[in-house]
Design a protein around this ligand. Sequence first.
Ligand SMILES: Cc1cc2nc3c(=O)[nH]c(=O)nc-3n(C[C@H](O)[C@H](O)[C@H](O)COP(=O)(O)O)c2cc1C
Length: 213
Amino acid sequence: MTAPNPILLRRSVRDFTEREIPQELLHTILSEAGRAPSWVNAQEWRAYVITQETLKGYRQAYAVRAASGDQGAPDYPVTHRETWSQRAQQNMVQTGALMEQSGVMDELQRSQTLLFNAPALVFLTQPKTANKYAIFDLGAFAQTLMLSAASHGVDSVVAYNITKYPDLVRKTVPVPEDYAVVVGIALGYRSAAAVNSFSAPRMALGDYAIFLS
Ligand SMILES: Cc1cc2nc3c(=O)[nH]c(=O)nc-3n(C[C@H](O)[C@H](O)[C@H](O)COP(=O)(O)O)c2cc1C
């Protein structure tokens, strides 16, 4: 019997059970993520994995900041919606409407503030001076990490929301000043929460792939 395809298993999971991920498995996942391709094999990504007491402290500090109404100031600023491409705006509206229909919008907002109740968080960083292709490399690293996790039965979500207060990240882990905090990945085992029933739609193949022969 062939193993299930991790590409088809992966989707964003936004609420996790309390079950911890064994440290050896986290090492395996991060080690497999390091197989990602990169520009001139630079491998400029640096990942910080937090669990247990360290994560507890981060979650508490994060909750206080979120409760104060602070919208965050990520190292890579989020551009205003009006500047997005028409397609990105349409997709955002469509996804929002689907979430409203499935009744998961409130739970989604709550889960963001609780950092998805994840038992492990990964902060992804890269040098501020990195070649533009480094963001491609970091994306490849992130996806390889999540596919590795899926292949080992571990769920994930990649979220800017996890690192939107980069000063809190820097108080928690020793990110060098010349590194940017880019994004976070939550890892764990999916709970039965309704928010996890949401499945994001995809464009039809013909809308994004052009085949010529
Ligand atoms: C760079 C990046 C940042 C994201 N930030 C968030 C976030 O802050 N919160 C969230 O719930 N999902 C976030 N997502 C997840 C996307 O919403 C999700 O990947 C997309 O809707 C497709 O759904 P799927 O991952 O279930 O296939 C982010 C994804 C990427 C690639």
